[in-house]
Design a binder for this molecule. Structure first.
Ligand code: SF4
Length: 414
């Protein structure tokens, strides 16, 4: 059994310390996209966030938003990404002038932001999300299919719902049109359980969705309620999320569903890894994000997850999800910090040397089952201190990672 020295985290945050701030009230004249609707400017082609103050009246399913990385890869926006040429997942997001009606504390799209930013101008997982006519996206994908450039570089499309009354209906349209146009690129659904029924899950499967994911985000019911439920006047409920997750288990089956978990919102490492095992036992995978304080969110005053904590959880999650190791074999101290991976030290060092577990986790692409198509470049950290690597970490990256895991000195002695 391995028993590495656990590095001292810079600051270990407890649940009470990771308390979201209280949002300021939203003036009536800014609620429900009122500024945008009053301006009534027509939507004209590509919209780049902060192009102008008043967002054009853009709505799904005619329009979708996409990550900056996806827009660069697709070739509709110029730009370069640090140490990577493209993303392998086309992340699409439904868009409406009213925006998302939920108020999740860590999220840049949350409702409270309508006080000072129109929906299409809000940052989300650290980047801007330009809005594009969906026809244009499909045309590029059809044109590039089978080529090595632009749309041909995507291994997967992810259709992301938000909390909006039209979200379920418009997701069907986006999916149906995609499957008719580019059936060779599989689709994942990032669902919004709050607005969905079990029948919706079954319909999406019948219509051709490949993988279904649920963004639990919080690792425990208490943190869920504090960050995306009653604690921040948001409509989500832990039990409803699990009901839709169980519907996905029944409908999509093993290896075809997943759950998002954000690490570092006040939970213990034991809490996260016990949830990872629970999801694995159901047949699914955990897609992990390191907590990073999103600018403008209700948690933007809080510290990111300390790297040693994040690396331990990343490594242990990989062992459970792809190496068949069980949570029960791992060891934790009284605070729930991981102190024993449950396998011999040599084996841990061999797995760390390959470095797959430190790459972004998510739905698979064409590379390998344990390599995510969804690489979300710098979605959970700045490039100077990468949390999830959107590429295979190189020798220098791995040296740094070993230091964060407290393995550096031992390896040097070998
Ligand atoms: S439901 Fe999703 S998009 Fe809406 S505020 Fe919550 S995390 Fe953000």
């Amino acid at each position: 059994m391995s028993c590495f020295e656990t590095p001292i985290d810079p600051v270990v945050q407890t649940g009470a310390q990771m308390q979201p701030r209280t949002p300021a009230p939203v003036p009536v004249e800014a609620r429900n996209g009122a500024r945008v609707k009053d301006a009534a400017a027509p939507a004209v082609g590509l919209y780049r966030p902060n192009d102008n103050v008043m967002t054009p009246d853009m709505r799904s399913p005619e329009y979708v938003q996409m990550s900056t990385a996806a827009a660069i890869t697709l070739g509709i926006m110029p730009g370069q990404m640090h140490r990577t040429g493209c993303t392998r997942c086309l992340n699409l997001l439904l868009t409406y002038p009213e925006g998302c009606r939920a108020n999740c504390a860590y999220c840049g799209l949350a409702r409270h932001r309508e006080a000072d930013r129109d929906y299409a101008d809000r940052n989300f997982i650290r980047v801007d999300w330009p809005a594009v006519p969906y026809d244009e996206v499909l045309a590029i994908m059809r044109r590039d299919s089978g080529s090595a450039g632009g749309g041909g570089r995507f291994h997967r499309m992810c259709s992301s719902m938000i909390t909006h009354p039209r979200s379920d209906q418009d997701t069907r349209v986006v999916l149906e049109r995609w499957v008719a146009s580019v059936p060779e690129v599989p689709v994942s659904i990032l669902s919004n359980p709050t607005t969905m029924t079990r029948d919706d899950v079954r319909d999406l499967k019948k219509m051709g969705a490949d993988i279904f994911t649920v963004a639990l985000d919080a690792a425990t019911p208490e943190i869920f309620d504090r960050t995306r439920g009653r604690g921040v006047a948001s409509p989500h409920a832990w039990d409803k999320y699990w009901d839709i997750l169980h519907a996905a288990v029944e409908t999509f089956g093993a290896e075809k569903f997943g759950a998002h978990i954000i690490v570092g919102m006040g939970e213990s490492e034991r809490d996260v890894l016990s949830l990872v095992q629970q999801l694995r036992d159901l047949g699914g995978h955990s897609h992990m994000f390191a907590f990073f304080p999103e600018r403008g969110s209700l948690m933007d005053h809080l510290p990111p997850v300390p790297r040693p904590q994040w690396r331990r959880v990343q490594l242990a999650r990989y062992l459970i999800d792809y190496r068949g190791l069980r949570f029960e074999r791992m060891g934790f101290d009284d605070a729930g910090t991981l102190v024993d991976y449950g396998i011999p030290e040599d084996e841990v060092l061999r797995i760390v040397a390959a470095g797959v577990e430190f790459r972004t986790s998510g739905c698979p692409g064409k590379e390998a089952e344990d390599v995510s198509a969804c690489d979300r470049p710098y979605g959970d950290s700045p490039p100077r201190d990468i949390a999830s690597y959107p590429f295979a970490p190189d020798r220098r990256d791995l040296t740094r990672i070993r230091g964060q895991l407290g393995l550096g000195a031992r390896r040097d002695q070998r």
